[in-house]
Ligand binder design. Structure first.
Ligand SMILES: [Zn+2]
Length: 361
């Protein structure tokens, strides 16, 4: 199975001269979009080097505004082994070829230098006065033949709760993630309100970005932990459907916090990181999973402090973990009965490993 991901690197430490050339390239590229997308026309009417004209002519049918495409043959990515800047990219501009140092995550540097990935194509992106290289890298992974289930429930008190289930139905290693998310959201909601009263719109925008970045970092951290646990345990990841969260939330203030919680992002990151490792991800309908007692199967309810209480068997349990166990067991039940339910999408090269199955009552 061929999987891909995007690595974002910044072209940094640019001198005024290099910056000018890159801006020039961007301006010419933007201008070229409005022209007839024919190689000869582009060559005659723009100062773009031939590669870009060819790239635009290839995409003649696509009239959307395209980012600058950089073919792997038109730039050189050089690993210097230097700690200051390990990778340099050579970009062809209307004013000549320039070398720019690249700044990226350390883990991405390691991935690029490992030789385990192949760069398939890349784009030059100009945003807020900075230049980025978006590299698409590919690698071949063996699809997992899972022997267990890592069930994930996305909740309101904790962003995620996970439990590991094996076919013998042992529940192990319950984990709760992202308790701080609600605090972050609440803090910034309060801050925004205070600032709103004083009409400090610029500051509001800025703290909005800070908040998004903090939540984003948290989602990356949690998804990394979940995917690496699934890898360690050779387990399929089953995520409870997000729809239930809204119904469970009560009270206006609470509901607003829940609605804006980053579950969709977290869910996407888990899928994305799992795909890279060849781990299947299944979305399961979570109807009743939060109201069902995982021990006796009867109906219970969420009481205070995130606790679930079962009137039938007297179980008192963390409500988020109870939900995760139900999601996992329901999936496990289908799996044992029907074989590799929902995992067939893993067989092909083109199919994504994520698949929707409805596990209802
Ligand atoms: Zn019970």
């Amino acid at each position: 199975m061929l999987v891909s991901k995007t690595i974002r690197a910044e072209l940094y430490g640019l001198t005024r001269f290099k910056r000018k050339l890159l801006e020039d390239l961007q301006a010419e590229w933007d201008r070229a979009q409005a022209l007839e997308r024919d190689y000869r026309t582009l060559r005659e009417q723009t100062r773009l080097p031939s590669y870009y004209c060819r790239a635009l002519a290839w995409k003649a049918g696509d009239r959307r505004k395209a980012p600058i495409l950089i073919d792997k043959d038109s730039f050189k990515l050089t690993d210097t082994g230097n700690r200051f800047a390990r990778f340099f990219v050579s970009v062809s501009t209307p004013g000549g070829r320039i070398w720019c140092p690249l700044r990226m995550w350390r883990s991405h540097e390691e991935l690029l230098s490992s030789g385990r990935v192949e760069i398939s194509d890349s784009q030059l992106v100009h945003r807020n006065g900075r230049f980025f290289l978006h590299l698409t890298v590919k690698r071949r992974v063996k699809p997992m033949r899972p022997s267990g289930v890592l069930a994930v429930d996305l909740g309101e008190r904790f962003l995620a709760a996970s439990v590991a289930l094996q076919k013998e139905a042992n529940i192990t290693s319950p984990k709760l993630y992202g308790k701080e998310a609600r605090g972050i959201r609440r803090h910034y909601a309060w801050l925004r309100k205070r600032l709103g009263e004083r009409k400090l719109l610029r500051v509001i925008k800025r703290i909005g970005r800070t908040e998004r970045r903090r939540i984003d970092d948290l989602c990356h951290k949690i998804s990394r932990a979940i995917v690496s646990e699934a890898k360690e345990r050779n387990s399929v990841i089953v995520i409870g459907d997000l729809k239930g969260i809204r119904k469970r939330a009560k009270g206006r203030r609470f509901r607003r916090i829940v609605h804006s919680m980053p579950h969709h992002r977290l869910s996407r990151y888990i899928e994305y990181k799992a795909l890279w490792e060849g781990i299947p991800v299944v979305h399961a309908g979570e109807a009743y999973t939060s109201r069902t007692c995982h021990r006796c199967g009867n109906e219970g309810r969420r009481v205070s402090q995130g606790f679930f209480k079962c009137p039938s068997c007297g179980l008192e349990y963390n409500a988020d973990l109870n939900g995760a166990i139900n999601i996992g067991e329901r999936f496990l039940g289908h799996w044992l009965r029907d074989g590799a339910v929902g995992l067939s999408a893993l067989e092909g090269d083109s199919e994504p490993p994520s698949t929707e199955i409805g596990l209802r009552g």
